[in-house]
Design a protein around this ligand. Sequence first.
Ligand code: MG
Length: 374
Amino acid sequence: MDRRTFLRNSALGAAAVAFAPFGLNGQVRKAMKPGKLNLSFVPHELQLRHAFNLAKSSRRVTPDVLVRIELDGITGYGEASMPPYLGESEKSVCNFLSQLDLEQFKDPFQIAEIHRYMDTVATGNHAAKCAVDIALHDLVGKIMGQPWYKIWGLNADDAPCTSFTIGIDTPDTVRQKVEEASPYKVLKVKMGLNRDKETVELIRKMTDVPICADVNQGWTKREKALEMCHWLAERNCLFVEQPFDKDDVENTAWLRERSPLPIIADEAVHGVDDVRRMADIYDGINIKLMKCGGMHEAHQMAIVAKALGLKVMLGCMTETSCGVTAAAQLAPMADWADLDGNLLITNDPFDGVKIVEGKVTLPSDRPGIGVVEI
Ligand code: MG
């Protein structure tokens, strides 16, 4: 398709979805200003398939805000997902977005400059900034007529398999989730409570696929943690994620020196500065768009991590296919992927990345982040 045809189709597409499922139903839609970046947003609470139990919390919904940035008939989609532990809420995200004046920017390609502007509006607010960042990337990719993995010079075939998450749960629910996860080649097991060994043994009776252990800061005793790392290594575990509190550098460094398994940072690493800071304490990092503020920072984190010899894992929150597909554009740079957030919800308004025989599979012919509204 030539660029002119693409732009005409995009304009038609944008007109067709003006009042589509998440299309600001019931809200007064501002008149679009030609030649300007028009930002709009709407809350969209995510309904979880199963209660999501972690070492330190449990929930059935995740607050979420969907974003659009429109420029001359082309629409970029973005999303902010706010798991409670990151400290943002629907209210804080909407409040931040309502303060933005993106109309001052005529060129959506100035993503770094728009990030600098957002940082002057308020510090933090990473999920809110991420929503704008994803929508800008989607818009820019659509203008260029290319998906982001191509713009970044990556090969979609290099994307790894994704893990499927088994939360902390009763034996019956764990069994049911392992059955649901049968198409996946890797399982991610949430740990940090007393039932860890029981859960892994239950899984091992059902399948021998590799597992990864995500402790979500749930361990406190270094000797017990080391014993668990050896025990897990004998049960085909790939790595241990965030064993101790994010600020517990001493125990983490001690464990890393002795552990037979790589130790991966999640809660301890948000942006590129943390990657440098934590490079001597962890073996790898878990990059998530909602933590770091979007695709721009995530791409830099992956480059810096690789330059420092760290493993790269690509994760997500419970998100719609919008956020997960945006993250998946980076998947060819990842050693491991944990991109199942869209599979954990029942009200996904987008179609995007697919998991084919366990592998992260991008919609290769779609420009931008690669999603369409359904
Ligand atoms: Mg984690």
